[in-house]
Design a protein around this ligand. Structure first.
Ligand code: BES
Ligand code: ZN
Ligand code: ZN
Length: 501
């Protein structure tokens, strides 16, 4: 979808549809809705008076303009109560409106970053563009092309006030880049595991690197052996697919500036290994590389936005399979930093591959480091589908992550890394076990990771609960959500504006 910003009046737009918003209980006398209402001889205000249109959150009302406007349709979308309004409410409303207009067959849509919403012009424009691009996402690569398939080809933001136009343009561009990065990550995660192998993941990262002029390197099995990545290799040994350690670099700041490390779990299929998972729902484990896709997508977006920040993504990519050469429960492996691990459950493989990837991040001198992983099923018990969990050794870094998530309309909640939990990882035969039992499973997983990042400022984002969507809801459709990508982009932008001291 093309995104453009035009100066002029919304009511003069010749798009196939115009979107205007309305707060619950508000009248139609101000803002974009007033302009369109007047052009429609009061059609919207009559509907409000009659009680047909209430402005409730995500309520949509489609009006045909019967020649009164250049555009044939107006869609009024409710935003709910104005005191509960924020950019995320707007993103969702626009997503729902955009999907409805696509069903109507409107190929071009116009709206405006309405000042009466009370948002900064760039924030408003960004939310609108993100809502539309995220909301209109579909994954159709493996389906026969529909002859009558409807597509919204263009979204135009019309701006009357020339003093706001530049900010609207900037926000729209940031929104386009961020949302497209998120949809790219969703595409990656939605691919079946027979397509999205570790090699294919590396190839897609290479394409991103080529297009945006990024540094790109893949470390192969032999070199991993030389570096002593026994934890990662232990997971990979059960698969016919060669493992890949993918490294992607963007240098937007000087060489003296620190480099943000983004480490993403890249399990292209998690069968559980010898500790095999139940078959019910196992197909969802094709998306166990979402964290890896998220970090590549974030680096891509930061490069596109020319953010003044250095960032390196590291993605350990492998399958977790129960082949004849697979590792067994009880095996002991040695990670790159020399620590030994008793693998009591081969299904806790994410932390094993991340252990070596975090060691490698340290070796590269990256700081701070944020890892993103579909790590523990327990996350959906703790926070449901509403928020992802964060665990950290650095409160200031978590603060930045939290603000980055808020700005993205994503929700993150911190879980504690109390020392008392750590004894659960004690092993009789090695330095630690890879599983600490059922209790506080997400926390012991993070404490396991902390053994490998040591004193580097680090935050761990466990997206297992929020990564998959079951039904059309808000901005999303069924499938991969891409949650985390825009939080990471905002984190990178925040480090560009205000580097860590
Ligand atoms: N990839 C899974 C976690 C997961 C579960 C992600 C559901 C998304 C949805 C991870 O590798 C895993 O299997 N974790 C185990 C750990 C257990 C064996 C300690 C889990 O959470 O059950
Ligand atoms: Zn697993
Ligand atoms: Zn997994």
């Amino acid at each position: 979808m093309q995104i453009s910003v035009h100066s002029g009046e919304l009511k003069e737009s010749a798009s196939k549809a115009i979107i205007v918003t309305l707060f619950e209980g508000a009248n139609t006398s101000t803002g974009a809705v007033a302009e369109i209402d007047a052009a429609l001889d009061g059609a919207i205000s009559r509907l409000v008076e009659e009680g047909d249109v209430k402005g409730k959150r995500n309520e949509t009302t489609l009006l045909h303009t019967l020649g009164r406007l250049a555009s044939p349709r107006v869609l009024v979308v409710g935003l709910g109560k104005s005191d509960a309004f924020n950019p995320q409410v707007l993103r969702i409303a626009v997503a729902i409106a955009a999907r409805q207009l696509r069903r109507s067959g409107a190929e071009t849509v116009s709206t405006s970053a309405d000042p009466t919403l009370g948002l900064e012009p760039d924030v408003c424009a960004q939310a609108i563009v993100e809502g539309a691009i995220i909301g209109l996402y579909r994954f159709t690569v493996h389906k026969k092309a529909q002859e009558d398939e409807r597509v919204v080809q263009e979204l135009t933001l019309v701006e009357t006030d020339s003093s706001r136009a530049e900010a609207v343009r900037l926000g729209a561009e940031r929104g386009r880049v961020s949302a497209e990065a998120m949809n790219w990550a969703r595409d990656m995660a939605n691919e079946p595991a027979n397509v999205m192998t570790p090699s294919e993941l590396a190839e897609r990262a290479r394409q991103v690197a080529e297009e945006w002029n990024l540094g790109y390197q893949v470390i192969e099995r032999e070199e991993m052996e030389e570096m002593g990545m026994g934890a990662f290799l232990g997971v990979a040994q059960g698969s016919r697919q060669p493992p890949k350690l993918i490294v992607l670099r963007y240098q937007g700041a000087g060489p003296e500036a620190n480099t943000l490390g983004l480490v993403g779990k890249g399990i292209t299929f998690d069968s559980g290994g010898i500790s095999i998972k139940p078959s019910q729902g196992m197909q969802e484990m094709k998306a166990d590389m979402s964290g890896g896709a998220d970090v590549i997508a974030a680096v891509r977006a930061l490069a596109q936005l020319k953010a003044k920040v250095n960032v390196t993504a590291i993605v350990p990519a492998t399958e977790n399979m129960p082949g004849g050469s697979a590792q067994r429960p009880g095996d002991v492996v040695r990670a790159m930093n020399g620590k030994t691990i008793e693998v009591v459950n081969t299904d806790a493989e994410g932390r094993l591959i991340l252990a070596d990837a975090l060691c490698y991040a340290r070796k590269l001198g990256l700081s701070p480091v944020v890892d993103v992983a579909t790590l523990t099923g327990a996350m959906s018990v703790i926070l449901g589908k509403v928020a992802f969990g964060a665990m950290t050794n650095d409160a200031a870094l978590f603060d930045r992550v939290r603000l980055a998530a808020v700005a993205a309309g994503e929700k993150v909640w911190e879980l504690p890394l109390f020392e008392e939990y750590k004894e659960k990882l004690d092993s009789e035969v090695a330095d630690m076990k890879n599983v600490g039992g059922r209790e506080a499973g997400s926390i012991t997983a993070a404490l396991f990771l902390r053994e490998f990042i040591e004193d580097t400022p680090w935050a761990h984002l466990d997206i297992a609960g929020v990564d998959q969507i079951d039904e059309v809801k808000g901005m999303f459709i069924k499938g991969a959500s891409g949650t985390g990508v825009r939080t990471l982009i905002n984190l990178g932008l925040s480090l560009a504006e205000e580097p860590v001291s």
